[in-house]
Design a protein around this ligand. Structure first.
Ligand code: PLP
Length: 383
């Protein structure tokens, strides 16, 4: 078959492949990246669906404007302190990553990415043929002094990053904004986890510091349910026009029934209590996982306690083969995601664990199995 160059650059997500292994019977999966299904507000959604259908009738199933439902646009606009005309409702925030890549990237363009970064972001940008400029990060996010002198796009995840859970400090947010202005780069700010904070809310987005050149991507996936596939982009009028035109070519508009249902939840004031419930729920699971790791894992395996989000990032001593460790872990009945696919450049040995979708009383057992696998790994490595 004569496929396009873009097709040749597409890859299947390694996480998807791993999740197949993790779904074997008896395997406790700390590998997933999905929300806890217990958090989906089933009853409220059922009622909201009925209300949406009876209020709008067939219009809830008709073609609708590309920009999105006015209630959703207003809700987003209020949170970001912009006008509604700067908000585009999208098919998940994943679509924002694709739309931005479509309108900004040409083959060979330099793109700053955090090291490590969200694998799905790399998958979205890969078809457009960018050249990645990975920037190392510490516990306060990417290191601004390592930002390059030229870039067309910078893909950043300032809040409870996937996979590391790091939060970019306010100081560094300002520096990223100044740098972007200086080099003429667009910032793609991906923020699916900002509302899942366990202590204080994170600092204001990079968007606030460079609204003319930042596309802010948000989502209802982790707050309500990912199956609704509703996310959003917030951007300057110039960027907004480009994104709307790109979206028209891709899918005309976002699923309007889903948007109408969400609008009912918003108007009934159900999102804020839902957000509080999500935070409290994941905080408990985070606490269980942190306690289990402290009790069971040797100190040489390091981690930063996540202050929000859904993930915990384990760092292993230099030279650890995390693929081999995964094989042993699966034998012990636990799965995790090895760190290397999250890097666009050089990787260090790490693993991403989730505490979000693991039943609370299975977290200790999962960590116990992982600790046993690591013990066995060390025995083999020495032998
Ligand atoms: C960092 C990050 N960005 C974007 C997405 C896409 O989310 P959605 O398309 O459901 O909004 C995810 C999903 O896990 C994610 O972790």
């Amino acid at each position: 078959m004569r496929f396009s160059k873009a097709r040749a650059r597409m890859q299947s997500s390694l996480i998807r492949e791993l999740l197949k292994l993790a779904s074997c019977p008896g395997v406790l999966s700390l590998a997933g990246g999905i929300p806890a299904p217990e958090l989906f507000p089933m009853e409220a959604l059922q009622k909201a669906t009925e209300r949406a259908l009876s209020r709008h009738g067939p219009a809830a199933l008709q073609y609708s404007p590309t920009e999105g439902h006015p209630v959703l646009r207003r809700w987003v606009a209020e949170r970001l302190g912009v006008g509604e005309e700067q908000v585009l409702i999208t098919s998940g925030s994943q679509q924002v990553l694709d739309l931005v890549a479509r309108v900004i990237l040409d083959e060979g363009d330099p793109v700053v990415v955090e090291s490590p970064t969200y694998m799905g972001g790399l998958l979205a940008m890969n078809p457009y043929g960018p050249v990645y400029r990975p920037v190392p990060a510490d516990e306060a996010g990417l290191l601004p002094e390592a930002l390059p002198e030229a870039a067309k796009l910078a893909y950043v995840l300032p809040n409870f990053q996937n996979p590391t859970a790091a939060v970019l400090s306010e100081e560094r947010r300002k520096t990223v904004a100044d740098w972007a202005r200086e080099v003429g780069a667009v910032v793609l700010e991906d923020d699916p986890y900002g509302h899942i904070y366990f202590e204080a809310p994170p600092p204001p987005p990079v968007f606030r510091h460079a609204p003319e050149r930042t596309v802010y991507a948000g989502t209802f996936s982790k707050l309500v349910a990912p199956g609704l596939r509703i996310g959003y982009a917030v951007a300057s009028p110039e960027l907004m026009e480009a994104l709307v035109q790109a979206k028209q070519a891709v899918d005309l508009h976002t699923n309007i029934l889903g948007q109408a249902i969400l609008a009912e939840l918003i108007e009934a004031g159900e999102l804020e209590p839902q957000a509080e419930w999500v935070r409290a729920f994941y905080r408990r699971r985070r606490d269980r996982m942190v306690a289990a790791l402290k009790a069971q894992m040797p100190e040489e395996v390091r981690f930063q306690v996540p202050s929000g989000g859904m993930f915990l990032w384990l760092r292993f001593p230099e030279g650890t083969d995390t693929r081999r460790l995964l094989e042993l872990a699966l034998e012990e009945g636990v799965a995790f995601v090895p760190g290397d696919p999250f890097f666009a450049g050089e990787a260090y040995p790490a693993a991403r664990l989730t505490f979000a979708s693991v039943p609370e009383d299975a977290i200790e057992e999962g960590v116990r199995r992982l600790a046993r696998a690591y013990d066995r790994y060390l025995e083999h490595a020495v032998a």
